[in-house]
Every structure is written in C-alpha cells, then in structure tokens.
Design a protein around this ligand. Sequence first.
Ligand code: 5GP
Ligand code: ZN
Length: 112
Amino acid sequence: MNECLFCKIVGGEIPATIVAEDDQFIAFRDIEPQAPTHVLVIPRTHIASLNEATDAELMGRLLLFARGVAVKEGLTERGYRVVLNTNAEAGQTVFHIHAHVLGGRPMRWPPG
Ligand code: 5GP
Ligand code: ZN
C-alpha cells in the first residue's frame, strides 16, 4: 500500500491541490487536467479499483462527494461528468480507486 501514489497523497507525502476533504475522502486537482475543472475524488482507504469495491455505503458517499465537488466548482447547471476508469482498456493508470470530476467545457459522446 505504501507504494501507492494516491495513498502517498492521503498521507501527505506527495503534495496535491486539495479542493475538498472529510474523514473518508480527499478531492484534489488532476496534475494533467483534461478539462477546465478536473478533480480526482479518492477514499482515504486503499481500494485498487471498482472491481475490488465492496462497501456500498462508501461508494455511494464517494458519488455524493463528487457531486459536492461539482457544486463547489459551479458545474451543476451546465453539466459535468464523473468517470471511474477501471483496468487497462479503460485507461486506469493509478490503482487506487478514484472518480474523475470533469467539467467546464462541452463533452463528446461516446468517450474515446
Ligand atoms: P486514471 O488514468 O488512473 O483513471 O487516472 C489517474 C489520474 O491521475 C490521471 O488523470 C493523472 O493525470 C493523475 N495523476 C497522476 N499522477 C498524479 C499526481 O502525482 N498528482 C495528481 N494530482 N494527479 C496525478
Ligand atoms: Zn492507495
């Protein structure tokens, strides 16, 4: 676990621009933003991906926490996207579960 990049952000070993946090989650700006707002929401506890998630309450709270980030960023009226990339073909590169909150520009569908 201590080799996990996002666990290091939770532990304060790697700096991040935190936009919101509580006792269960941290939201911080993506280092390589793909939209004017690009925030990652992670649980403080290590879960590798959605495939390993078992705690329904934690996952529900994660989604509502992501909504709270969208509220804070002023995105709820115009729209935003919440994305969980899971495993290789979806483009997951960091194996500590995270929700991307993306907004501030029009989004295309289907995603690439
Ligand atoms: P994934 O590709 O796993 O869905 O998303 C991982 C995200 O983490 C990427 O969007 C990437 O830009 C971001 N990221 C990788 N390393 C760091 C870092 O050290 N700090 C921050 N803030 N974001 C990172
Ligand atoms: Zn981790």
